[in-house]
Design a protein around this ligand. Structure first.
Ligand SMILES: [Zn+2]
Length: 430
């Protein structure tokens, strides 16, 4: 992501000073009021998408849906869905307004759960809303103040490292060695730690009491963790450990409050679930991003499973709750030494390759084929060379500490899971 311009920072600061009033009040709105607000927003968004975004014009045109046809929630729920492959296939020309300048937008690149690079562009106004929503999210855990230090372990830095010195944010790459990450926590002694649950488990034994003495809240994301795992860390360090559910496409989707419930951020996305399979209550989550007009995500298939429920929560928020969230389930690898390498780490490691050698690697799948064997399937592009193959090998041998035999296999199409889904990280052993 690019960093924010001075103008954007000033707007962000003003929004902070105003306290992001809307985001402060909307969690307490009655559900009917929220539904009305969402619908008005959706009408605006769909009209914009049909007028300005070539993909949506064609996509809705093919379904004989015309401008002005969106009059009720039923109409909306009849709109055709949008998948990750649609977005990848039509980016950038089809997904952005004609004449949009990529330099004016904030671009987030990720591999997501598919083996291809997914770019998502946000306009700066939307980005500011997402940042404020992030601030609110951390305030669900503690009274996050402007002098508190945040340390976040993530794939890439945020577009800013503080707001004119306030809310300082320190970044560490997920690909760093665990002891280096622990050393950074020792040095910074953050009040807020944001990381993958797998990192938390690995770092915990390495940290001194002093390093965690100022911790007020830990926010985990991207991978599945159980409530029991989070409770254990929470007890050990004496601060809440809360799970957040988000994606590059929809940004902030839901997060846990200190009561342990996942609240859907209704003022950021409109979430729905597709009808579940017989015998199950779980439906595929589908989201509509309500702020990002630069690259609209309307009825976007998020591909995780869950259930949405209206109920009251002791924290006072009236947003619907997400229950039984099941997703983010990629395989982790087990090394001969017993060391587990998390799916989050493996995803970031492969994502690094995609970004660095975009022309060379069109698609990939990393597969542990045996206790001591890992292969990387690659669909080679025009930029592929022996030198790149050698660099990739060196990098993975480093990650695996030479515990396994690692090799690259050129393929036409990458392997799929047994259920026929794409998954960039597979473990084929028991
Ligand atoms: Zn709550």
């Amino acid at each position: 992501m690019r960093t924010l311009t001075l103008n954007e920072r000033v707007t962000l600061l003003k929004s902070f000073v105003n306290g992001g009033r809307f985001l402060k009040q909307s969690p307490y709105w009655a559900p009917e009021r929220m539904r009305d607000w969402q619908f008005a927003r959706i009408q605006k968004l769909v009209t914009h998408a049909m007028k300005e975004i070539p993909f949506y014009r064609a996509h809705y045109g093919a379904a004989s849906f015309e401008l002005g046809d969106l009059k009720s929630w039923d109409d909306f729920h009849r709109l055709p869905l949008v998948t990750k492959d649609d977005v990848i296939q039509h980016f950038p020309e089809g997904m952005l307004k004609k004449g949009a300048n990529l330099d004016d937008l904030i671009v987030s690149r990720s591999s997501g759960s598919s083996g291809k690079v997914l770019d998502v562009c946000y306009d700066s106004q939307a980005m500011i809303t997402f940042m404020l929503a992030g601030l609110r999210l951390y305030r669900m855990g503690f009274r996050y103040g402007p002098l508190h230090r945040q340390l976040y372990i993530y794939t890439s830095p945020y577009p800013l490292s503080s707001v004119f010195g306030l809310f300082p944010m320190h970044f560490v790459s997920t690909l760093e060695e665990v002891d280096k990450i622990a050393a950074k926590i020792e040095a910074i002694r953050p009040e807020l730690l944001v990381c993958y649950p797998s990192h938390l488990k690995q770092i915990a034994p390495l940290l001194s009491k002093r390093a965690t003495s100022r911790l007020r809240c830990i926010s985990v994301n991207s991978e599945m963790s159980t409530q029991a795992e989070r409770d254990a860390i929470s007890e050990r360090w004496g601060c809440p450990v809360l799970d957040e559910y988000s994606s590059e496409e929809l940004t902030r989707i839901a997060a846990q409050c200190t009561c342990g419930k996942y609240h859907v951020f209704e003022d950021i996305n409109y979430m729905e679930t597709l009808p579940p399979e017989p015998g199950s209550n779980l439906g595929v989550l589908v989201g509509t991003q309500l702020h990002n007009f630069a690259m609209p995500m309307i009825r976007y298939v998020q591909n995780d499973l869950g259930e949405l429920q209206s109920s009251v929560c002791d924290c006072g928020w009236r947003f619907r709750q997400l229950i039984n969230l099941q997703g983010r389930k990629n395989d982790s690898f087990l090394m001969p030494s017993g060391r587990e390498i998390s799916s989050g780490f493996l995803l970031d490691a492969t994502y690094d390759i995609l970004l660095e050698w975009r022309e060379a690697v069109l698609d990939f799948c990393l597969i542990q084929t045996g206790g001591d064997q890992v292969k990387l399937q690659v669909v080679k592009g025009s930029g592929w060379s022996d030198r790149i193959a050698e660099e990739i090998k060196q990098r993975f041998n480093g990650y695996f500490k030479n515990e396994v035999r690692f090799w690259i296999e050129g393929v036409e199409i990458c392997e799929k899971t047994r259920s026929g889904k794409r998954n960039p990280i597979l473990r084929r052993i028991k």
